[in-house]
Design a protein around this ligand. Structure first.
Ligand SMILES: NC(=O)c1ccc[n+]([C@@H]2O[C@H](COP(=O)([O-])OP(=O)(O)OC[C@H]3O[C@@H](n4cnc5c(N)ncnc54)[C@H](O)[C@@H]3O)[C@@H](O)[C@H]2O)c1
Length: 277
């Protein structure tokens, strides 16, 4: 896999209008990549575009929960630049509250963006990448919540566990096809971005929230604000990991302990340890 040199290659970033997606865009621009920036938040996209003015870039409004919009994004990327080498399936949202009072709308919203958004990105881009004759790499933004189980985050954790196993299966399938396409799954702990205000881009028809969610949402917002690494740090570690073709990217070193204790709980037949206690 030859993604050590990114100069001149094409990066596609979903959720590029804020937080991690914006920092990835800035770093890809610094690597002299061409950029395809996508988000539902067109104002956020314009702000990101202004920060990467040195790069050749296009922006597209794209709701990742809709397969047709990812197909349109892939068409726009290939029309503009003829290839896509580094795809960040990064758009994501969070919802909080106990599993028993989570709403059907919350499941549809969070699973639609966080999990189906990644599925749609893979399905829209991989067939084109397989034909393009140039190496490619896909980074799916999972979370430490995809490797552990966090109280008050059932809907989010289910979506992110889905992203982790989807990424592992994608790796196997690409290996089986001898494809020159690498995969990484990014699993950070909390870091400061707009994710605590995910509601800002929530569709009105899916607005019914968990009535018992607020206390958990407050905990999440505090944990995000207290995050030790910045979004820029996470982006830097991610780009380094792509160049080194690392599959699992866990930027927070301390997070490994909670992954290990979950595995121990499973193998030693214990009750699940609370990773945020
Ligand atoms: N911040 C954290 O603590 C943290 C920790 C682990 C994983 N993550 C993951 O990082 C990724 C990036 O989130 P962030 O923390 O930068 O948050 P953010 O809210 O700053 O950025 C997320 C972006 O996704 C966009 N988005 C929302 N719904 C969309 C949709 N349907 N289609 C397209 N774009 C959409 C938003 O408009 C926003 O610009 C997410 O997948 C998130 O789950 C974040």
């Amino acid at each position: 896999m030859s993604m050590q040199e990114l100069k001149g290659k094409v990066a596609v970033i979903t959720g590029a209008g804020s937080g991690l997606g914006r920092e990835l865009a800035k770093l890809c621009a610094a690597e002299q990549m061409k950029l395809v920036l996508a988000d539902v938040d067109v104002n956020g996209l314009e702000e990101t575009l202004a920060l990467v003015s040195e790069a050749e870039a296009i922006t597209r409004r794209c709701d990742v929960s809709k397969r047709s919009e990812l197909d349109a994004l892939a068409s726009a990327a290939y029309e503009a630049f003829g290839q896509a080498n580094l795809l960040f399936n990064n758009a994501g949202v969070a919802a909080s509250g106990p599993v028993w009072s989570s709403t059907p709308e919350e499941w549809e919203w969070v699973m639609g963006v966080n999990l189906m958004g990644v599925v749609h990105g893979i399905q829209a881009f991989v067939p084109r990448m397989l034909k393009q004759g140039e190496a490619a790499h896909i980074v799916n933004t999972g979370s430490l919540a995809g490797l552990t189980s966090v109280p008050g985050s059932g809907v989010y954790c289910v979506s992110k566990h889905g992203v982790v196993t989807l990424s592992e299966c994608l790796h196997h399938d690409l290996q089986g096809a001898s494809a020159d396409i690498g995969v990484s799954v990014l699993c950070p702990a909390f870091f400061a971005t707009g994710i605590g205000e995910s509601e800002r881009n929530r569709p009105a028809e899916l607005s019914a929230s968990n009535p018992d969610g607020e206390a958990y949402a407050e905990f999440v917002r505090a944990a995000i604000a207290a995050g030790r690494l910045s979004a820029a740090d996470i982006a830097r570690i991610t780009i380094e990991s792509v160049k080194a073709n690392r599959f699992y990217i866990l930027p927070h070193k301390g997070a490994r302990v909670s992954v290990e204790s979950r595995m121990r709980d499973i193998l030693e037949d214990k009750l699940p340890t609370n990773p945020v206690a």
